[in-house]
Design a protein around this ligand. Structure first.
Ligand code: FES
Length: 122
């Protein structure tokens, strides 16, 4: 299946180091939550699944940034990740976050499907 671009949100919905926009995907055949954030002006998206224990990470709905606004933090045991790469930068993580490619054009953020990443069919 060719890669598709799925509209996710309007570009102004993602504020720098602000709240995430959640979305759902099918990853390896399973429905998973995902989220998009903006950091240093650029939008990024990841599965909402900590690499320590596969749990959702937000400590309040759609809140992933730590108080500095520089890192994504898991609410459960404090694993910290780079918002631009998803790489682990501290805490008990075992590898990085699963990154979802985004494109931003015409004022809209889109996510990219992949061989293991598909949209939810309604
Ligand atoms: S589940 Fe995220 S740090 Fe443990």
């Amino acid at each position: 299946m060719a890669e598709e671009l799925i509209p996710l949100c309007n570009a102004p919905d993602l504020l720098d180091s602000g709240d995430a926009v959640p979305f759902d995907v099918i990853y390896h055949g399973q429905t998973c939550r995902a989220f998009a954030v903006r950091h240093a002006g650029k939008a990024h998206a990841y599965l909402n699944r900590c690499s320590h224990v596969p749990m959702e990470m937000d400590y309040q709905p759609n809140r992933f940034f730590d108080s500095s606004g520089n890192w994504l933090i898991c609410a459960t045991h404090g694993a910290m990740y780079s918002p631009s790469t998803g790489a682990c930068i501290g805490g008990p993580c075992r590898g990085g976050l699963v990154k979802i490619a985004l494109s931003e054009f015409d004022g809209v953020v889109h996510w990219h499907t992949a061989h293991n990443l598909k949209p939810i069919e309604f």
